[in-house]
Design a protein around this ligand. Structure first.
Ligand SMILES: *Cc1c(COP(=O)(O)O)cnc(C)c1O
Length: 351
């Protein structure tokens, strides 16, 4: 049986036989073809989503967190700390619980999706809200972890990147080669850094014949890499990528440039449109941030000529259930009728 990504990819990860592996059997997420979206948009390529929302806490953050918490435990730490736009805190709280460790999370007040907050609370983390954005929260936890015996598990922790690179390993294993185009959301930019590292390592190991063009997307109101400067007050409904000063900015640009890809941006209205379309045409419910990886393919089609022999993979980084408020606010409200056969039948058939 599948017992998590550390066991699956041990030779490529910084672990030994005595490392105390902390796992919730994360990884092994499906690559789902989205042929209805492809047909709708006239994309001739084989277009897949890697549904990372199917990880144990509902986002890709579990890939990095199992490594970061494992290494913190190996180092004898008893507590972990992170700043979070939501999913990092949900994941840290779950893996710390599994490891029998304490967890402290710093989140921007009022800017975190309800599902994510409920996870950190349910897993027993100490949740601290600050009157400031993610970038400020990250600065504070970095300072604390430098002075106190508490392990920082944000993606500036190199073990996070090590765990996350296994997403690329899985894609290569699933397709028997690397895809031609890899499209994903970019927030703090750790994940695009990790995927490029993963593709490169498997390419160098002879497990792939090529590396994909790396295409990253940001939200218009939080697009520091596209605009080329820090955004002091990032704003977007896609809270997972509401970041104005990405910690892995340089390595994201390196992935983009070495692969011959690009980093673009889309509006909040476009994000909502593609989130709904993916859910309604191909049955995959993603959180708003991931919709940029779908909209990004339509943008990329303006630059590249996709053919039927091309393979595109869009990373769906988190599950739509994380942010029910947004989903409900953009959907039509349920029809209310009397509790009778006639009323229900009329509501169904007379519209
Ligand atoms: C964290 C997160 C991102 C952004 O990933 P980075 O590594 O910060 O670029 C995107 N989508 C979701 C759902 C996330 O939780």
């Amino acid at each position: 049986m599948w017992t998590g990504l550390i066991n699956a990819y041990k030779p490529y990860l910084p672990v030994s036989d005595t490392t105390p592996i902390v796992s919730l059997h994360e990884g092994n997420t499906p690559l789902i073809p989205i042929q209805n979206m492809a047909a709708h948009w006239g994309i001739p390529a084989k277009w897949y989503v890697k549904f990372e929302g199917l990880n144990p806490t509902g986002s890709f953050k579990d890939r990095g967190m199992c490594m970061a918490v494992t290494k913190a435990k190996e180092a004898g730490m008893t507590r972990v700390i992170c700043a979070s736009t939501g999913n990092t805190s949900a994941s840290a709280a779950a893996y710390a619980a599994k490891a029998g460790m304490g967890c402290v999370v710093l989140i921007p007040k009022g800017k975190i999706a309800l599902g994510k907050l409920s996870q950190a609370m349910m897993h027993g983390a100490t949740v601290i809200q600050i009157d400031g954005n993610f970038d400020l929260a990250l600065q504070i936890v970095r300072d604390i972890a430098e002075k106190e015996p508490i392990a920082l598990v944000n993606s500036v922790n190199p073990y996070r990147i090590e765990g996350q690179k296994t997403g690329a390993f899985e894609i290569i294993d699933q397709l028997s080669d690397a895809p031609d185009y890899h499209v994903m959301p970019v927030g703090n930019a750790g994940n695009i850094t990790a995927y490029w590292k993963g593709y490169t390592e498997f390419y160098n190991a002879g497990k792939a014949t090529k590396r994909p063009k790396m295409i990253g997307f940001q939200a218009e109101g939080a697009a520091p890499i596209v605009r080329g400067h820090v955004i002091p007050d990032p704003e977007t409904i896609a809270t997972a990528i509401r970041i104005g000063n990405p910690a892995s900015w340089k390595t994201a640009e390196a992935a983009r440039d070495e692969s011959g890809g690009f980093i673009g941006m889309v509006s909040d209205a476009t994000i909502t449109q593609f989130q709904q379309q993916l859910a309604q045409k191909d049955g995959v419910f993603c959180e708003p941030a991931c919709a940029v990886a779908i909209a990004g393919v339509i943008e990329a089609a303006k630059r590249y000529t996709f053919t039927k022999d091309d393979t595109i993979v869009s990373i769906i980084t988190g599950h739509g259930l994380k942010d029910p408020d947004h989903a409900i606010s953009v959907s039509t409200t349920p029809i209310v009728v009397e509790a009778t056969y006639e009323a229900v039948s009329k509501a169904i058939f007379s519209n």
